[in-house]
Design a protein. Structure first.
Length: 157
């Protein structure tokens, strides 16, 4: 297993893993981005994200995609957007290795928090995170406004 920073040539494989995650999360048609979007947004003048890729036998079988946020209470933080491991590689320690790499990145960057979301029905992930020492905040809810919602809200003004 080799974990390294992703590059533009990896984005087709990264997109494949994103689509695999969407299927796992029961939203197979939700992914609208393209590999070109990932290349533009991750490797342009002002990259919007960074990604670690995990390779086994020259195949990308896992990713940890993250970006920096700013907390008014803590300062610079890392948001782990997705940690994805191909189904055939789950249970091999690959996810744990990617998770560890994110924590190491947080330490290198001297961030005060690494944060992410997890679906409450994803029991293996919830248990893994709890066992690692992460806190799951039951009193916070994720709030989102999709594109249609944004449009609808602005039309009412």
């Amino acid at each position: 297993m080799n974990i390294r920073k992703g590059n533009p040539e990896d984005m087709s494989s990264v997109l494949g893993l994103i689509k695999e995650l969407a299927i796992f999360e029961k939203e197979p048609d939700a992914v609208v981005i393209t590999a070109e979007d990932l290349i533009r947004d991750g490797f342009g003048e002002k990259p919007l994200f960074q990604v670690f890729v995990a390779e086994v036998d020259s195949e990308i079988v896992g990713i940890a995609l993250y970006y920096y946020r700013y907390s008014t209470w803590k300062g610079k933080t890392i948001h782990l957007e997705d940690l994805i491991v191909k189904e055939k590689m789950r249970g091999t320690g690959l996810g744990s290795a990617l998770y560890t790499e994110i924590m190491k990145q947080g330490k290198r960057d001297n961030v005060r928090r690494v944060e992410w979301n997890v679906l409450d029905w994803n029991t293996p992930a919830v248990n893994f995170y709890k066992n690692s020492g992460a806190k799951i905040l039951d009193d916070w809810a994720v709030v989102q406004m999709d594109q249609a919602g944004i449009d609808s809200y602005l039309e009412k003004l």
